[in-house]
Write a protein that binds this ligand. Sequence first.
Ligand code: LLP
Length: 393
Amino acid sequence: MLSKAIKESLRGIETPFYLYDMGLLGRTLDTIRAEAERGDANGKSYKIHYAIKANNDERILKAVLERGFGIDCVSGNELRLIRRLGFPADGIVYAGVGKSDGEIELGVREGIRAFNCESRQELQVIDEIAGRLGMRARVALRINPDVDPQTHRHISTGQADSKFGISYREIEQVATELPTYKNLDFQGLHFHIGSQITDMRVFEFFCRRVNSLVGWFAERGFPVGYINMGGGLGVNYDAPDAEPMPDFGAYFDAFRRNLEVGDAEVHFELGRAMVAQCGELITRVLFNKINSAGNEVAIIDGSMSELIRPALYEAYHEIENLDTRAGDQRRPYIVAGTVCESSDVFASDRVLPELRRGDLVTLKSAGAYGQSMSSQYNMHSLPRIVYSDQIES
Ligand code: LLP
């Protein structure tokens, strides 16, 4: 990880802050682009929409824009931001179970590539709003394919009991109603089954589900020209230094080998896999103490306000003391944040070399769902950002 190599340059910077490795980001994006350009079994390129919810930092977005990727957004503010930065409307797709009327109007006016619609009512409302504006809206149906992504339950989105997508119960009715909408242009189907998926067999199974759904729609007179497989590719949180980039080749191969959708355009919405390993949260040790149970507690100056994933999902992030000295003993620590919540703990039993007041400590793989999920709880300032290419070493 970058922080170790440049730790002397980081010493004077006020903690906590996110450090983004712009070199690794560029290499990751270039690799995805090359793999997506290889495309499907017939050589037709895959279209990538970066899921901006993973990280909406403007410099990261500019790197995404420079490579010609589109965006998957889920709110009016995300849409406004990417339009301001110059992302073409034709590369923007918009998902989300609860789009407000104002957000829908914005998307219609902007002429985005597709609203990925998650309910019958949403289709009706988009049709009404487009009609009122005298415009047309391109829509895809987000179908809940009932696939178990075998990941954390809080980041599973495509199972029968979830709030996402149009369910099998309503699919027939939606297909019947589709031709009655006067202002909608049906594009095809959208899916997103979950996040942090590392077993490629999940994607293989998912492809087979999608093949049969595409057949189902075609039989009813709805040719599917757009298929959006969502995001979900996981990263290696356990050993980020050994695997700074996920295996994009294996990921796209799973679709290349198993998706049978004729000459439909195939789209993806990767978030985490594009940015997670490029970011670290750099903190400092504030205090050491021992609790009544005899555990050693190290309080660092980061918290769930800056990085909520451990508190929210018990997510694992590698922790490294950048100031380890030769001969330091390794022992178990509770590494805790500053916020007044018992869940504000980054690790509850982590064996680490000694942590002393003032040591720089990095939380790795924090580029996705870190900064973008940060809050001002306890009136913290939003986290500072430091880009690797702005550091003088
Ligand atoms: N498309 C849709 C419709 C989504 O809802 C998501 C993520 C993505 C694409 C991108 O998924 P990715 O490639 O990043 O797995 N905050 C959680 C992750 C929530 C993911 C929400 N949806 C975390 O920190 O693990």
